[in-house]
Ligand binder design. Structure first.
Ligand code: SF4
Ligand code: SF4
Length: 68
């Protein structure tokens, strides 16, 4: 697998928050796009603005962010 394949794979996945979210807001604080809506006290990733960087998944203390 080349570097390009790896980056394509990364860019194609969609991150989303599950109902395990406890509303801590950590993901929003590390999101370079600030594209996580916390207005309903659970994280909702605004897909069209997401860069697929994975910061939110890495920082989530309860593993609530998954990839499709
Ligand atoms: S993957 Fe990156 S850009 Fe997308 S919601 Fe998570 S932190 Fe924000
Ligand atoms: S870091 Fe995890 S638990 Fe905290 S708001 Fe984001 S998705 Fe929810």
């Amino acid at each position: 697998m080349t570097d390009k394949d790896i980056s394509d794979e990364k860019n194609n996945c969609n991150y989303y928050a599950t109902q395990d979210c406890i509303g801590c807001g950590s993901c929003l604080s590390v999101c370079p796009q600030r594209c996580i809506d916390m207005s309903q006290f659970k994280a909702v990733i605004i897909q069209e603005n997401c860069l697929h960087c994975g910061n939110c998944k890495q920082i989530c203390p309860v593993g609530a962010i998954k990839e499709l």
